[in-house]
Design a protein around this ligand. Sequence first.
Ligand SMILES: [Zn+2]
Length: 713
Amino acid sequence: MSREEFPTDDPAVVTCGLPYANGDLHIGHLRGYIGADAFDRALETLGQKTAYVCGSDMHGTPVAVNAEQEGVDPEAFALEWHEQYEETFPKFNVDFDNYGHTHDETNTELTREIVRTLDEAGYVYEKEIQVAYDPDADQYLPDRYVVGTCPYCGEKARGDECDEGCQRHLEPGEVEDPTSSITGNPAEYRERTHKFFEVSEFSDYLTEFLDGLEGTSNARNQPRQWIEDGLQDWCITRDMDWGIDYPGETEGEDDLVLYVWVDAPIEYIASSKQYSERVGADEYDWEEVWKDSNATGESGGEIVHFIGRDIIQHHTIFWPAMLEGADYNAPRAVAATGFITINGKGLSTSRNRAIWAEEYLNEGFHPDLLRYYLTTTGGLQQDVDFSWDAFQEKVNGELVGNVGNFLYRSTLFAYRNYEGTPDADVSEEVRERIQDAVEQFRAGVNDYSLRDVAGATTELAKFGNEYIQRNEPWNLVDDDPEEAEQVIRDCVQIAKAVAVLLEPIAPDKAQQVWEQLGEDGDVADALLEHALEAPPAEFDEPVELFDKIEDDRVEELNEKLAERVAAASDDQDADADDAEAGDDDDAASSDDGDAADAAAADLEALADERIGFEEFQDVDMRVGRIESAEGIEGADELVRLEVDIGVETRQIVAGLKQLHDVDALPGTKVVVLANLEKAELFGVESNGMVLAAGEQADLLTTHEDAAPGTKIK
Ligand SMILES: [Zn+2]
C-alpha cells in the first residue's frame, strides 16, 4: 500500500514524543521538537493542511521519582516544568498549534474512553503477576522505582525498559535481580492482579501496518523482529497513586493507575482535539484526522510521529495496536531520530555533559543557527555529534559564507543600483534552477529527509554565488546595463526562493530576508509557487543575515563545557549512588549517554596472553580509502562500502549507519583488516573489516599520506 505523496487533500497532524515534565530541556530534546517543527512547516509550504501538536508527559515514574526526591507533590512538580516548556519551545521557533499536557481534562477523558473501548471489545484481561516491592519503604516498585538486569541482553535496565542495552520494553516482574531505587535494597516480588492489553492479538495487523508505514527505516524494520519473536501482552496498570485511574476503579481503593505509556500517546489525539476546539472544526477537524478512515471509505488523516529511536516499540507496536483496537486511524509515518552526543561522548544530564536550551540562548546565539545545525548534521536516524567547533564550522561555512553571503551581496547590489528589483524577466536558466530546488524540497519532505529539505536552499544559494561570480554584474553596469539588470533580476528571484525554502529550517532568518525584499506578511504563509513570483520593485538597504563566530568565542565555550563536566564528575565520584534515580530521559530523545561513560570507566582488561611478532605478521592490515557507501536495505546498522586498498577495491559491510553520516564516508581513509575470512551479512558479502574503536565506531585512520594498500606494521 503506497500513499499519495504530500501534499494530499487530507489534513495532517505532526507530533513529537512528549517530554517528561521532570527537568530542564537540552539540545538532545530540541533535536526532535525542531525536526518535527521543521517538517510541519515544510508540509505547510507544500500546501498541506496540517497541525503540529504535542504536550508534556505529566505521569509515570520518571516524574514521580524526581518529585519525590524534591519532596514535592508530583502534580505541582510536573506543572511547573510544563509551564517552563511552554515558554522555552517558542524561543526556538518550535511553534506548536497546540501544546497540552497528559493530566488535563481532555486527555484524561479521552484516555478513559479509549481504554473502556478496548476493554469492551475484549482486548483487556486480568492476570495475577509478581510485582517488585520494597518492604523498608513499604511500597510497590513500578518501572523506574526498580533497577536490575535485562533478561534479554544482560545489561543494566530500568523496571520498564532496557535503556542501556537492547532498548526493549520490559514488563513488570521481568527485570532480574531487582533493586529498589528508593532504598537501594533488594526488592521482593509480591503477587498482584493487573490489567493486560492483548497486543499479541494484533501480530498480523501490525505486520501489515509496518508494510505500509513510512518514515525512517529503523522504525519500519526493527519492529519486524519483535513481531517474529512473538509479541507479549502489555500490563497497562501500575501500583501507584500518580496517573489516570483505570476507568471504573473506585479512586484510591486499589491505587491502580494506567501505565504512563497508555495515556501519553493519547495526548497526540487530545492535543489535536483541543486545537480543533479552539479554531473550529471547519478550520481543522481532529476527527477527520484520527477517526474517519474506514467508516467513510476515505483514507483518513496523515498522522506523522517524530520520536527518539529509544521509543520505536511504543510507537510501532503498542500505539498502533491501541489505535486499531479502539477504531482510530493508523499512523502514516514514524520518523525515529538518533541521539545527540557532545564532543563524541554520550550526552549525560547527570554529568552535566549537555548543552542546555537556556544556556544556548544565554550565549546569545540565534535559535535558527541551532535549528540549522540539528536538521542538517547527518540524516534523521543518525546520531548527531554536537561540538562548538563543528557548530562554528557549519555556521561560518554554510550560513555566513554561502547563504548569507549570497543574499547580502545580491540584494545590496540590487539596492545600490536599482533601489530594489530591476525591471526584467527571470532568465530561463535561473527559472529552471529554482524549479529544481523546489522539486528537491518536495522530494525531501516526501522522503522525511530534513537534510534534503535544507539542502534545496543551501545548494540554490551556492548556485546564486556562482551565478553572480560568473556574470560579474559589477562589470556590466556601465558596459551592458540591460544584461546587468537581467543578472540582478535573476539574483533577487533566487533570494526570494531562498527565503521561501529556508523558512521551515530557519523561520526568523527567512522572515528577515522576506521583509528585506519588501514582501508583506509572513514567509511562513508562502507556498512553493511563490518562489517563482516576482518580488516587489522596491526595497531598502539590506543588512547581513548571519554573524561569523570567532575562534576565541569557541575556545571560551569549550572551556566552560569542560569545566562544568569536570565539576559534575567530581560530584558524582563523591556521591556515586544517586546517579540512577536522578538521571532522566524523555519520550522524545533519550540521553543514554551514561552508557558510553560507563564503558569508558570500565575498560576491558588487557589480554593476558602475549603473541609472537610472527603471529602479528599474519594479520594483513592495509590503508584503505572509502570510495562509496550506502545503507543496506532492511538492516538498521549496516552500510555497504567499496574500499580501495591499493591492489584492489573491496566490498566491505560495516555497522556504521547509526553512528556516521553515510553520505560523508566516501573519501575517508580507514584501516582495513584485509585477510579476515569472508562473511555474509544481510545477503551481502563482506570481504574484510574496517577497524573502529568503541561504542561510537570511531574509525581508525592514518594521519599522513600513506597511500591505499600500504601495509600496517
Ligand atoms: Zn536488554
